[in-house]
Design a protein around this ligand. Structure first.
Ligand SMILES: Cc1ncc(COP(=O)(O)O)c(C=O)c1O
Length: 394
């Protein structure tokens, strides 16, 4: 690193003494898994998102897996997923022996291109997993219209969408389920962790059972009621996707900080928008009317020229040189996310080519996420933008 200034990471969790105090409590009581703190965290999450049920899990991936299992996904079925998303959106479809059908994205939002979904529906299609990437909701109105027309279920991959709203409703409250992540790259974190939201009491009850091996009642209910010496009845083929109380105690405090964290991210996004507004080689995130961006990440598109399949590989090496220059200055950046269609597993299994998903490929190669976290200072944001500009002009 050739800079004497302190390094600027891509993100940093926002913890204080309250999280430290909270995490001790389950250690003191000895109830360390899926107990009172999990219940408290779930309640706060439901209040915030205005979701009827919130069911904590070990990750967003396991919440997605529970969702598709509950919806009865089976071999031979097809599920439409965006071609630019974290690989686990597609992986959960594979877990069930079903086939993900990739849909290209809209390069201006980085979300699924709803105009292309209908053409991918076949007699085998059973569901759609729209992703609210980086905290911007997918355009849910057309997605829901197509789902209704073809009797498809919707599982929202809301991994990045805490604090994301679409026409007054929080992400994760549109589909059959919504699935959130609390990985440290997310706005609020429990280390690892996830949340499944649903508005349906039958889905809510089933999710509670399936995350706990298929049990008919929770350990907390068993211990609080009579006949606690008897094990639950196991009605379903379930999983162990229980969150620990250590994580939920942290999550519960993070929920108390949610507004502060989200407001700070909004403010930083506005500042980046302004600082970058004079540069035509970078495209800032788009936010349409009636959307509130959650800014899980601030993801720009590196576009010194109009990107296309013809120039994308050249621009990709330019972007990487810029990122390497910033790294040398102690400033961390990342590609936004990746395209599963070019990952070996999917490319080889289904013979997929980048040309089939030009926008997803361009996004994979040219997105550029900038540091964002509550503790990031204004002068550090200035430094990020100045060094970025210098690196581009080198
Ligand atoms: C869009 C998307 N889906 C799913 C996941 C998986 O989340 P988790 O790491 O909590 O399983 C991520 C994680 O970054 C993600 O970005």
């Amino acid at each position: 690193m050739d800079s004497h200034l302190p390094p600027i990471p891509i993100t940093k969790p926002f913890f204080g003494d309250e999280e430290i105090d909270a995490i001790i409590k389950p250690l003191q009581t000895g109830w360390v898994v899926q107990g009172p703190f999990v219940e408290q965290f779930e309640k706060k999450f439901s209040n915030f998102t205005e979701s009827v049920f919130s069911i904590a899990t070990t990750s967003c991936t396991t919440a997605l897996h529970l969702s598709v299992a509950m919806l009865g996904l089976k071999p031979g079925d097809e599920v439409i997923v965006p071609a630019f998303t974290w690989v686990s959106t597609a992986n959960v479809v594979e877990y069930m022996g079903a086939r993900p059908i990739f849909c290209d994205i809209d390069l201006s939002t980085l979300n699924i291109d709803s105009d292309q979904i209908a053409s991918l529906v076949t007699t085998n299609t059973v569901g759609i997993i729209p992703v609210h990437l980086f905290g911007l909701c997918a355009d849910m109105t057309p997605v829901m219209r197509i789902a209704e027309k073809h009797s498809l279920w919707i599982v929202e991959d809301a991994a990045c969408a805490f604090g994301a709203w679409y026409y007054g409703k929080h992400a994760g409250t549109f589909g059959d389920t919504g699935c959130f992540s609390f990985h440290p790259r997310k706005s609020i974190t429990t280390g690892e962790g996830g949340m499944l939201t649903t508005q349906s009491s039958s889905m809510g009850q089933l999710a509670c059972s399936l995350r706990d091996h298929g049990a008919s009642r929770t350990d907390l209910e068993r211990h609080a009621g009579r006949y606690g010496f008897l094990l639950a009845e196991y009605e379903h083929l379930g999983y162990n996707y229980r969150m620990t109380d250590l994580q939920a105690a942290v999550g519960s405090v993070q929920m108390d900080r949610a507004t502060t964290i989200l407001e700070s991210r909004q403010q930083q996004a506005r500042r980046y928008d302004q600082l970058l507004s004079d540069y035509d080689w970078v495209r800032i995130p788009r936010v349409m009317e009636n959307y509130i961006h959650g800014y899980q990440s601030y993801v720009t598109l590196f576009q010194p020229e109009e990107p296309s399949l013809k120039n994308v590989d050249r621009l990709y090496s330019q972007r990487n040189s810029v990122m390497a220059d910033l790294e040398a200055k102690g400033i961390a950046t990342r590609q936004g996310t990746h395209s599963p269609v070019i990952q070996t597993y999917y490319a080889e299994k289904y013979g997929l080519m980048p040309e089939q998903f030009p926008n997803a490929y361009i996004a994979d190669r040219l997105t550029l996420a900038l540091p964002m976290y509550v503790q990031l200072k204004e002068e550090e944001q200035d430094r990020v933008c100045q060094e970025l500009s210098k690196a581009v002009n080198r």
